[in-house]
Design a protein around this ligand. Structure first.
Ligand code: TA6
Length: 290
């Protein structure tokens, strides 16, 4: 799977999929090569921060239900609403491990790469193939994720996101702070609304907020707040499927909707990115728990 030398605290596992396992004094976690998918992150002394469905599929080329799916090069079914797989193909391609280090404080730094030339051209016939994606994971008491896109010799346009599933004690006792006054596209009613105060959850929630602000997930059931700082992201998606949508997804347990919320750093639709030749763009988020 890889030729690079791994430091103490980082190992390779093969089941249920090839993955990098991190186990240091600062944190433990798992990153699948399938989609450069950060699936688990537990800072020392904390509960797991990322949510993972007990019904998730772990098969090559299949989406994983939980953790941090990557959204690239389109969001959902794309602006045309005709594209598949959902949220693009980067999340189900086999990425390559490029580097792995552990610092003195136990923070692991991992870099994974996806070269456009390795992707089946039929997945996106109109997309130039000389791009390069890099996923930088810095996992310790905080988790920093950097999705870097580097264009080749041609302009490159794409939507993108870090579709993070957070673990919460009870969605009914959660509020998301930081988006007060932001306009959002309510995808359930296809209407534009301005957020008043904190977001609370009383039903299926699926919104694209026009905001580059940091957010906080205040979890009263577990008595913690998850802070999400971000850069290079003009929008945040907030999603909970609630009862019916959860029941309709085979890889999502019927009663699991109470234990998760997605807060996603994205650039989609009107905020899609266009790079000029050889230009790079970085979307990053830093997650901390207090
Ligand atoms: O980001 C929210 C959303 O687009 C929801 O509409 C729902 O389709 C969800 O993503 C699906 O997430 P998944 O992990 O299945 O790609």
């Amino acid at each position: 799977m890889t030729q690079i030398e791994l430091p103490t605290g980082i190992s390779l596992i093969e089941e249920p999929l090839p993955a990098i396992r991190i186990d240091t004094s600062a944190a433990s976690g798992v990153i699948y090569l399938n989609g450069a998918h950060v699936a688990e992150w537990t800072p020392a002394g904390q509960r797991p921060v990322l949510w993972m469905s007990q019904s998730s599929i772990f098969e090559p080329g299949k989406a994983i239900r939980g953790g941090v799916p990557l959204v690239w090069p389109w969001f959902g079914a794309g602006a045309s609403n005709t594209l598949s797989p959902a949220h693009g193909f980067a999340r189900i391609e086999e990425w390559q491990l490029a580097s792995a280090q552990v610092s003195a404080d136990g923070t692991a730094s991992i870099m994974l790469v996806l070269e456009g030339q390795s992707v089946d051209a039929s997945l996106a016939p109109d997309l130039p193939r000389d791009y390069r994606l890099e996923m930088h994971v810095t996992m310790g008491q905080t988790l920093k994720l950097q999705l870097v896109v580097v264009a080749g010799d041609q302009p490159l346009s794409f939507e993108e996101g870090l579709h993070t599933y957070f673990a919460v004690g009870d969605i009914a006792k959660v509020r998301v702070a930081g988006l007060d006054g932001a306009e959002y596209d309510d995808r359930l009613s296809d209407s534009l609304v301005v957020q008043a105060g904190n977001i609370t959850f009383t039903g299926e929630t699926d919104r694209i907020y026009e905001s580059d602000s940091a957010t906080g997930i205040v979890d009263d059931a577990w008595g913690r707040e998850i802070r999400i700082e971000k850069s290079g992201s003009a929008q945040s998606v907030v999603w909970n499927p609630w009862i019916a949508k959860a029941a309709a997804m085979p890889d999502f347990g019927d009663d699991e909707w109470t234990q998760m919320v997605c807060v996603e750093a994205v650039n989609v639709r009107s905020k899609a990115i266009t790079l000029q030749p050889n230009q790079r763009h970085e979307l990053s988020q830093t997650i901390s728990v207090g």
